[in-house]
Ligand binder design. Structure first.
Ligand code: SF4
Ligand code: SF4
Length: 124
């Protein structure tokens, strides 16, 4: 059984700097938005770190940058049904390191909605 609950998490994994996806993922997103492949590729991905398609990002007040499909107020994915395979498969284990950290920090702060960051926030 999974030892984490993504519905209670502010979406740390969606803020990873490089989220590579594949051609089928771009096709799925294109279909979801009723776009052709090239338009979806251009709008939603960019080539980076030797990967052909990485999810584009935008500013996030908590983690600095986050996937462009992330709703930064509701803290959830806006394309859940059409999300890329990387997102479907992650994390590949029944634990999530960030969630363990989040649970611990929420207990320490006495705040169930606390958004734990992995830095001090002083350098932004
Ligand atoms: S960081 Fe972990 S708990 Fe949070 S959304 Fe990602 S997989 Fe789920
Ligand atoms: S597509 Fe959705 S689940 Fe995947 S990184 Fe973006 S916001 Fe997160």
């Amino acid at each position: 059984m999974a030892n984490f609950d993504c519905t209670k998490c502010p979406g740390f994994c969606c803020s990873y700097p490089v989220i590579p996806i594949n051609r089928r993922d771009v096709e799925r997103l294109a279909k979801h938005f009723d776009l052709d492949f090239d338009t979806a590729k251009e709008r939603f991905t960019k080539a980076a770190h030797g990967r052909k398609f990485c999810l584009r990002r935008k500013t996030d007040e908590h983690f600095g940058r986050i996937c462009k499909f992330f709703d930064t107020k509701a803290r959830r994915c806006t394309v859940y049904e059409a999300r890329p395979s990387t997102c479907r498969e992650y994390p590949t284990k029944n634990r999530c390191g960030y969630y363990d950290f989040l649970k611990f920090e929420r207990e320490q702060q006495g705040d169930k909605a606390w958004i734990a960051r992995t830095d001090t926030g002083e350098w932004r």
